[in-house]
Design a protein around this ligand. Sequence first.
Ligand code: NAP
Length: 197
Amino acid sequence: MKIIIVGATGTMGKHLTIAFEKEHEVIKAASKGGDIQVDITSAESIENMYNQAGPFDALISTAGPTYVGPWKKMTEKDFKKGIDGKMMGQINLVLIGQHYINPRGSFSLITGALTHDPQKNFANASAANGAVEAFVRAAAIELENGIRINAVSPTVIENSPHYFPFFPGDIPVTMQQLEFGFRKSIFGANTGQVIRL
Ligand SMILES: NC(=O)c1ccc[n+]([C@@H]2O[C@H](COP(=O)([O-])OP(=O)(O)OC[C@H]3O[C@@H](n4cnc5c(N)ncnc54)[C@H](OP(=O)(O)O)[C@@H]3O)[C@@H](O)[C@H]2O)c1
């Protein structure tokens, strides 16, 4: 299978790349580094990425920039970071990618537990996650040729200890659990699902 991982150089993306490249052709994309450079806030840049990658079977996105910071100081400009990044960036990966993906391919986007379980400083991510999850359900009834789409939604992950203090009481999701959430999305039959970890 040919799998594009957008966000491949990040905490999640590095683990998923190592896990999947044992058995599949993995194309690593990120704004810096990787095999292909892409800025998901630019539709033109996404189009360039797909043109360079060629037809593919699965798209994983672990790229979802958001604003993290104190509520009282948050401005519209700050909030746009998640709207243009985690929300519209991932939506555009699908809207544009549907014209490049092989029949029976799949899109796996990243959201997070913050959709339903908010934490202080993360309102921007909560809102972007909710929009992406609603989009996933809607896109699933529109995509043709057996193309599937799901979101993977973990709470804080074990390789991000700097976030642990922001998620009191949450048991971190292991990297293996994260990987298996993506495995379910890519190799399973479901579509329009939010795979909660
Ligand atoms: N870490 C957690 O505990 C956790 C838990 C639940 C959900 N999440 C969500 O999961 C996602 C990934 O988390 P992570 O911890 O793996 O993040 P990370 O370590 O910061 O990695 C983010 C990746 O996305 C890329 N990226 C960022 N902005 C981009 C852009 N505009 N265009 C293209 N690529 C871009 C980065 O590449 P460059 O460095 O080259 O920009 C990097 O490869 C985030 O949306 C986060 O909200 C994280």
